[in-house]
Design a protein around this ligand. Structure first.
Ligand code: ADP
Ligand code: MG
Length: 583
């Protein structure tokens, strides 16, 4: 086909490889600090801004603890003197003393309750804020953080943000709850001892350094065993996170007993590590009193604090480029110029000086053997990774100079592994508009064009039906049609079909192909018309059938980049590229 105006569609077809999330990687990362002494100030440092933001409940909690300790200090001598007051003839005085004592008990009770309530409020608020902040950072991480040999397991991240964050809450609470009452009690004891016998008090103070040494030593031990317990629990969580979504595969391979053994060994590792921690912890308070307890609470919580905050401290994916621009009115010309790329620092070159020029609106098929780097080319276009060398231009603009959000808004991806989330069919199709509000008419139109309408409308709640975990109510072909509907709904300037029709049965494949044809046909109209204005007209007033009435709806259409690998789809392409061995 002759392309005379650069307004046609560019069509690609790739396969996205899902990288297996490894269980071991997480353990190696967090074990790095084990054995090194970390001062309490260093370990508390990341908590500081959160604690400061909760100064009000902390102060209230501490004031209540002062009240509680004060009332206790009044109760004890009163109870001591009580027997001497018990004179049945002096009923009035006895009643008054009882009332005062009752009042003091009440103040102690309320003070104690409020102290705990305020301090828990502070600790839980701190952890809530930490979670939000850490998850925000995790979402900003580059793709290399999640995939590849050193990638972090999803289950590990989940464990850190849920269970370990709860541990941090416990640590924060223990610290807040112990520091003030303990120091109060210590000071009170020291004053009393000095009053009673100053010489003996000063002599006993000589023991303090020894106590400090024991507390410090046990604290470090506690941190190490606690770290081991966290790593073991994280491995268990990572394992479950990986195996449960693949339960079909496990059953089909009769692998239940093998997986049970693997789970048992991981659970046993968790048991031993946790047991070690609990035993050491129950041994410590016999040796050291409250001040030591506070220190040891911190040491025990240190691994959780470190692991949680290590998710937060990495560089975000996008280094803010003040000169970056938004991509408006995209024509859709894509140019890879002398691009080389490798995963990691020492991996083999996946792309070697690759050049690829796709004209605006062109339908291009990219073929090549598996592992040839097709999906990698897509990842680079989406800026999930940056090339080692060379550049990628959209409409002549280097993508590194384009704001990432703006770049990705203009690129639609239908990949081999269709990603559906728990939620309604409509939410899955209108995924990009979930915050702004989903346009149901557009969802239905997209579903119709993706040949998905029929099976969606047969569902019990139609578009409102929950698709189940990872879209499990659908067959593979239905999932892909939903994904194509999602792409049609997005209506991106550049569309990438990464082996989007690869795993379908023949009937679904036919339907999906029709859907793709529909998608490309619509956009090819633009290409042969040579006239931007006319093309815009067509796309801003798309006609569709609703019941017996014909309706028109405006759709924002720009350019399309599609990648096709099946022969049928390749036949629709205007040019075919072969990508082999990174060239
Ligand atoms: P294609 O899509 O052509 O089948 P890919 O682009 O997915 O190929 O992969 C190209 C090469 O890069 C393969 O050798 C693959 O093993 C490697 N690779 C892909 N993803 C990663 C990753 N995240 N980390 C390390 N190597 C990877
Ligand atoms: Mg691929």
């Amino acid at each position: 086909r002759q392309v005379t105006k650069p307004i046609t569609n560019i069509i690609f077809n790739f396969s996205i490889s899902t990288s297996a999330l490894t269980v071991k990687s997480s353990s190696t990362r967090a074990a790095a600090n084990s054995g090194k002494f970390i001062s309490p100030f260093t370990s508390i440092a990341p908590l500081k801004p959160y604690l400061l933001s909760e100064w009000k409940p902390i102060l209230c909690g501490w004031l209540c603890s002062v009240l509680s300790v004060y009332s206790l200090s009044k109760i004890i001598p009163k109870v001591g003197k009580f027997s001497s007051l018990v004179n049945p003839l002096d009923v009035v005085r006895l009643r008054a003393e009882c009332l005062v004592l009752g009042g003091l008990f009440f103040v102690r009770l309320v003070g104690n309750y409020l102290q705990q309530a305020f301090l828990w409020e502070a600790a839980l608020n701190c952890v809530y804020k930490m979670r939000i902040c850490v998850f925000h950072k995790v979402l900003q991480r580059d793709l290399g953080f999640f995939e590849g040999e050193k990638g972090i397991a999803a289950g590990d991240v989940a464990y850190r943000i849920t269970a370990e964050a709860s541990d941090v809450a416990d640590t924060v609470y223990s610290l807040l709850n112990t520091i003030v009452p303990s120091s109060l009690q210590l000071s009170a004891m020291a004053v009393q001892m000095l009053v009673i016998n100053p010489v003996l008090s000063l002599l006993s103070a000589l023991v303090i350094p020894l106590m400090g040494f024991v507390i410090g030593y046990l604290g470090e031990k506690l941190r190490d065993v606690s770290n081991k317990a966290h790593l073991a629990a994280a491995s268990l969580s990572s394992y479950l996170n990986e195996i449960l979504p693949s339960i079909l595969f496990v059953k089909a391979n009769n692998a239940e007993s093998c997986e049970r053994k693997k789970f048992q060994s991981l659970a046993f590792a968790d048991l031993s590590a946790t047991m070690g921690k609990k035993k050491l912890k129950s041994f410590i308070p016999q040796l050291v009193q409250d001040a030591g307890k506070a220190y040891n609470e911190l040491k025990q919580g240190e691994p959780a604090i470190q692991r949680l905050f290590s998710l937060k401290t990495f560089e975000p994916e996008e280094i803010v480029n003040p000169d970056a621009v938004d991509l408006d009115c995209v024509a859709g010309e894509v140019k890879y110029s002398n691009v080389s790329f490798r995963y990691g620092d020492n991996g083999p070159l996946v792309l070697k000086n690759t050049d690829l020029h796709i004209k605006s609106g062109e339908i291009v098929a990219l073929c090549g053997p598996s592992g040839g780097g097709k999906t990698t080319l897509v990842k680079l276009l989406l800026r999930l990774y940056d090339p080692l060398q060379g550049s990628i231009l959209i409409d002549g603009l280097d993508i590194r100079g384009i704001r990432i959000k703006s770049l990705r808004r203009n690129i639609g991806l239908v990949s081999q592994d269709t990603t559906l989330f728990s939620g309604s069919v409509a939410e899955n199709i209108g995924y990009r508009d979930r915050m702004a509000g989903i346009d149901m008419e557009r969802v239905k139109l997209a579903a119709r064009n993706a040949s998905a309408e029929e099976f969606i409308e047969a569902l019990p709640l139609s578009y409102e039906t929950n698709v189940g975990p990872r879209g499990s109510i659908f067959s593979g072909g239905q999932k892909q049609r939903i994904a194509i509907a999602r792409a049609l709904y997005q209506d991106p300037s550049i569309l990438i079909l990464d082996e989007a029709t690869s795993a379908l049965d023949s009937k679904s494949e036919l339907l999906v192909r029709q859907a793709l044809q529909h998608l490309m046909q619509n956009r090819t109209v633009l290409s042969v018309n040579h006239d931007v204005a006319y093309g815009m007209e067509i796309y801003t007033n798309l006609t569709y059938q609703k019941g017996s009435t014909k309706k028109q709806m405006p759709i924002l259409v720009k350019r399309v980049l599609v990648i096709a690998h099946r022969l049928e789809t390749v036949l629709m392409a205007e040019r075919v590229f072969l990508l082999e061995d990174g060239n």
